[in-house]
Design a binder for this molecule. Structure first.
Ligand SMILES: O=C(O)[C@H](O)[C@@H](O)[C@H](O)[C@H](O)COP(=O)(O)O
Length: 263
C-alpha cells in the first residue's frame, strides 16, 4: 500500500479544477495503456464540484466516454432518482452531459429496487453490488473487485470516507467488498458502502477535503491514527494515495507534513 502524498491548493475552486484536470489525464492514460478506464465516484460537495469542473473543462473531449466504467464508493439507501442520492447528484453534475455508456455506469442499488427478492434491504442490495463488482473483475485483477484506476473519496469532519464511519461495523469489515450500513451518524442512517479491502484494490485513491471544518480530520488521519477510529487513515491505493486539499483543510497539519520538511 502506498504512503499518502499531499497536494494543497489555494482554495476549493482551484482544488476542484486541478483535480478534474488530473482525473482527465489519468483516464486518458489508462485508456491508452489498457483500452478502458475505471473510476469510483464519491458523493459530497467536493466530489460533485470535481465532476462539474470536469464537465466544463475543454480537455473533457480527450476522454473516450464510451470506454469508461463508473462505480460508486457509497450511496445513501434512498429511492431511485432521490435528489439526495450520490448517483442523482453525479448525473446532474456531469453524467447527463457526456456520452457515457449506460451499461458501464454502475450505480449502487436504490431502496425501491428488488434485491434478494425484497425491497428496502440494504444488506441484500450490498450483496448484489458486490456480485456486480465480482462479475466485472477479470483474472488480471486477482480479486473480487476490478483494480480501479482512480477511486475518489470525500472526507467527513469525523474522518469518515465512503459510508465507513468511525467505530461502526462497516469499517471493521475484512472479507466482504460491499456492506449495508445501519445507524450512520449522518443522515440517512441506512447506506451502502465499499469496504476498506475494496477501496484498497484501487491503483490510486484520491481523498478530497476542503474547508476549515475538515482541518482536524485531515490532521488526525495523516498523523498515524488507526483506521477504525479514523477511517480515512485506512484509505490507501496500491500505487498512490493522494490527499487533495485546500489551504484551510491543511491548516492543522503538523509541520513537516505541511509545509514539507524540505521547504
Ligand atoms: O454520503 C454523505 O453523506 C456525504 O456524501 C459524505 O460522505 C461526504 O462525502 C463527506 O462528508 C465529504 O463531504 P464534502 O465533500 O461535502 O465535504
Amino acid at each position: 500500500m502506498s504512503t499518502p502524498q499531499l497536494v494543497v491548493h489555494r482554495d476549493k475552486e482551484l482544488m476542484a479544477q486541478a483535480a478534474a484536470a488530473r482525473l482527465i489525464t489519468r483516464i486518458v492514460d489508462a485508456q491508452s495503456a489498457r483500452g478502458s478506464a475505471s473510476v469510483v465516484l464519491t458523493g459530497g460537495r467536493n466530489g460533485n464540484a470535481l465532476l462539474a469542473a470536469l464537465g466544463t473543462s475543454p480537455a473533457r473531449d480527450a476522454v473516450d466516454w464510451q470506454r469508461l466504467d463508473l462505480w460508486w464508493g457509497d450511496e445513501r439507501f434512498l429511492p431511485d432518482g432521490d435528489p439526495e442520492r450520490n448517483a442523482t447528484q453525479a448525473r446532474e453534475a456531469l453524467l447527463d452531459s457526456v456520452p457515457v455508456d449506460p451499461a458501464r455506469v454502475h450505480v449502487m442499488p436504490a431502496s425501491d429496487g428488488v434485491y434478494g427478492g425484497t425491497t428496502g434491504d440494504a444488506d441484500a442490495a450490498a450483496a448484489a453490488y458486490a456480485a456486480e463488482l465480482a462479475a466485472a473483475a477479470g483474472p488480471e485483477d486477482h480479486g473480487p473487485v476490478p483494480v480501479f484506476d482512480v477511486l475518489l473519496l470525500g472526507v467527513g469532519p469525523d474522518t469518515h470516507v465512503a459510508s465507513l464511519f468511525p467505530e461502526l461495523p462497516a469499517v471493521r469489515e475484512t472479507e466482504r467488498t460491499v456492506v449495508g450500513v445501519h445507524g450512520a451518524p449522518k443522515p440517512p442512517p441506512t447506506r451502502i458502502s465499499l469496504t476498506l479491502p475494496a477501496i484498497r484494490a484501487a491503483r490510486e485513491v484520491w481523498l478530497l477535503a476542503a474547508g476549515e471544518d475538515k482541518a482536524k480530520a485531515v490532521a488526525i488521519a495523516l498523523s498515524g491514527a488507526g483506521e477504525i477510529q479514523a477511517p480515512a487513515a485506512g484509505a490507501r491505493g496500491r500505487s498512490r494515495t493522494l490527499w487533495l486539499l485546500d489551504a484551510a483543510a491543511a491548516s492543522e497539519l503538523p509541520r513537516g507534513l505541511y509545509p514539507p520538511a524540505s521547504a
